[in-house]
Design a protein around this ligand. Structure first.
Ligand code: KG4
Ligand code: ZN
Length: 334
């Protein structure tokens, strides 16, 4: 059977993106980001995001089709993020996708953005198959998941408060770094040493849970105290925070894989673009004899390739959405 040709569209936050896949092969992957505009405001302004999506969406889709050398009439389905995210932003991609699916008389597939982050690994390694354990670490979610099948997973544990990306963004703000904070903290951390004592991350009862609030408060207090007089190194604080925040994610993920007796670990979400975390995951997986599949950095942060990849899973399951599908600001992980 011919492999399905799927267009993925993503517009949940500040990236307008479109990608085309044939089976698990990525043919094109286009993106327009409004992050530099949003940086002026220290975060994403929903109305600005929606306007930029409206201006960019048709051009991005045309570019994705052009790069893939595909005519829209050849598409088998359109997959689009319907949640979670900013409602106005989601509606831009969703309305566009509905129009296209209706006009071409092909299925519309509604994709849960977080499921997209999980599916990014399938594009990285075409042989990847469940079961495996995944570390999901984005701006809104941080969890360790046991993927039983392509569509069914169990949450082993996760953050009790802030998501990892959120913690990076908040610490970046305290250190006077721009939005989005993660890449700036990472860059600064490379110039520092992890020598500032950090509190032990609070662990929840479940064994796989953890909390970022103590770490964040500790850094806020540390910086405020030092600002009263003593010399201190921002780069050392960044490096110390980074290792305290990320080591636990890598270690807990490996624990989960060993406990569930799976041989493979995957990861996804914006924080997985962090070089320190990627190296740490490589080290702990190698030591534990586990195979690690890490999506390319550009497929960790928001992108449409991952939406198309999750779209393929839904396509194969015959899980199509009605044209009445609405955007949802929040949807559960499962
Ligand atoms: O997955 P993502 O692009 O969007 C959501 O679905 O949330 O994740 C965005 C988050 C932001 O909090 C951002 O600061 C963080 O991922 N992030 C990073 C890095 N790149 C992005 N955090 C740490 N290091 C990075 N290099
Ligand atoms: Zn995301």
């Amino acid at each position: 059977m011919a492999q399905p040709l799927i267009l993925g569209i993503e517009s949940s936050c500040d990236e307008t993106a479109a990608a085309v896949i044939r089976g698990r092969t990525l043919l094109s992957d286009e993106i327009v980001s409004s992050a530099s505009v949003q940086a002026k405001f220290g975060g994403v302004v929903p109305e600005i995001a929606s306007r930029i999506h409206s201006d960019a969406v048709d051009e991005v889709v045309l570019r994705a089709l052009g790069r893939a050398n595909v005519k829209k009439e050849e598409l088998d389905a359109v997959a689009v993020t319907y949640g979670a995210g900013l409602l106005g932003a989601l509606l831009v991609g969703l309305s566009f996708a509905k129009g296209l699916a209706y006009g071409l008389d092909i299925p519309l597939i509604g994709v849960n953005h977080i499921r997209g982050h999980l599916a990014a690994s399938y594009l990285e390694d075409e042989t990847l198959a469940p079961p495996f354990v995944t570390l999901l670490a984005s701006g809104g979610h941080t969890a360790i998941l046991y993927a039983k099948t392509k569509t069914d997973f169990e949450v082993l544990g996760g953050t009790l408060d802030d998501a990892a990306g959120e913690a990076f963004d908040k610490v970046a703000r305290v250190l006077g770094l721009p939005y989005p904070g993660g890449p700036h903290v990472e860059r600064l951390a490379r110039e520092g040493r992890a020598v500032v004592p950090m509190p032990k991350m609070l662990k929840g009862l479940g064994g796989y849970d953890f909390s970022y609030s103590g770490l964040k408060t500790h850094i806020i207090n540390y910086v405020h105290t030092k600002e009263q007089g003593e010399a201190w190194s921002k780069a050392d604080v960044a490096a110390s925070f980074q290792s305290a925040a990320l080591d636990i994610l890598a270690e807990k993920t490996v624990e989960g894989a060993l406990e569930r007796h799976v041989g493979t670990v995957t990861a996804g979400g914006g924080v997985v673009a962090n070089g320190y975390l990627r190296e740490k995951l490589q080290t702990v997986c190698r030591e534990a004899g586990l195979k690690l599949v890490l999506p390319a950095k550009k497929h960790c942060t928001d992108n449409a390739a991952m939406i198309a990849a999750e779209g393929l899973i839904r396509y194969e399951a015959g899980d199509f959405a009605p044209l009445s599908l609405n955007a949802c600001a929040s949807i559960p992980l499962r």
